[in-house]
Design a protein around this ligand. Structure first.
Ligand code: R5P
Length: 311
């Protein structure tokens, strides 16, 4: 069976790099809008009987990118694709995986259902907000990790007395993976979220006095989590010249101003979301080689185990 790769609208440059690694041209498709703003997808190359991979991180604007993915999948299914895999390096709605206050939606579950209903039979994601998200999918989920790539990018920049820091309890398993790869001690900041843009950091657990922090997270959105963790670490006697690593750089709202004001030494993030020019020097870590390798192995029915996020 032949395979095809299509780019959604959210990160065409990542899709292009993946296709180049796979030495195949990207499938052609058109995305248009009706005057009432509805999106419409039309495939311009055949997918009949093919193993199809759709590359579409569902970052901001999340709903538009999600709808584009669903429409692409629907078009592929109706055009006779044999199997459809969605490669969603950043999975929007991941943080809505449970109800917190009561009368709320559980967005992650609904989105997973929509994905399955569109004809997608398998999802490839990278460093999900929580590994437990696998349970919201009724279809197989391949959960890859960019932590080994980010850790190797960090390595030459580490200070002799570095400590890996989880900026909240949710990041503990992620931080443990970095600490293990880099053979560093680990600390945890206790975070309380006040609102979507504001968090408060409490105590720091672990020996951070006189050490240089390497703050790691799955995503940076408004930068509130990193800002609060950095302030708590400095108050606990850490050096201020932190390194920050995050798989997904959303950089919404005040994120870039906040991160710039902290005076951190360097920020590392992957190209899971389209990279844009920022006043902050960002060390980009490319994930196209990993995603291309995953697609190749999935197509050939080979194991992905060394690429998967393991806790
Ligand atoms: C939440 O627990 C996530 O792992 C991130 O820490 C959080 O979403 C980052 O958001 P922000 O940058 O807005 O604090």
């Amino acid at each position: 069976m032949e395979f095809s790769v299509f780019a959604g609208s959210s990160n065409p440059s990542l899709a292009k790099s993946i296709a180049e690694r796979l030495a195949i041209p990207l499938g052609l498709r058109a995305l248009t809008r009706f005057p009432d703003t509805e999106l419409r997808v039309e495939l311009k190359t055949t997918v009949r009987g093919r193993d199809v991979y759709l590359i579409q991180p569902t970052g901001p604007p999340v709903d538009e990118h999600l709808m584009d993915l669903l429409l692409m999948a629907d078009a592929c299914r109706r055009a006779g694709a044999a199997k459809i895999t969605a490669v969603i390096p950043y999975f929007g709605y991941a943080r809505q995986e449970r109800r917190v206050s009561g009368r709320e939606s559980v967005g992650a579950r609904l989105v997973a259902d929509l994905i399955a209903a569109s004809g997608i039979e398998r999802v490839v994601a990278v460093d999900l907000h929580t590994a437990a998200l696998e349970a919201v999918f009724s279809i197989p989920l391949e959960h890859l990790s960019a932590v080994p790539l980010l850790a190797e990018a960090l390595r030459p920049h580490l200070s002799p007395k570095a400590v890996v820091v989880a900026p909240d309890l949710g990041a503990v398993k992620l931080a443990r993976r970095y600490a293990r790869i880099l053979d560093l001690p680990m600390a945890i900041v206790h975070k309380t979220r006040i609102s979507a843009e504001q968090v408060e950091a409490g105590g720091v657990v672990g020996d951070v006095q006189g050490r240089s922090p390497v703050i790691v997270d799955d995503m940076i959105s408004t930068g509130g989590t990193i800002e609060a963790a950095h302030q708590a670490l400095v108050a606990a006697g850490c050096a201020g010249d932190a390194l920050v690593a995050s798989t997904h750089g959303l950089f919404t709202g005040p994120a870039l101003e906040r991160l710039t004001a902290l005076g951190i030494r360097a920020l590392f993030t992957t190209d899971s979301l389209a990279m844009r020019a920022t006043p902050l020097a960002i060390h980009p870590v490319g994930i196209a080689p990993m995603l291309a390798e995953a697609i190749k192995r999935l197509h050939e029915g080979r194991s992905l185990s060394d690429l998967l996020a393991r806790e």
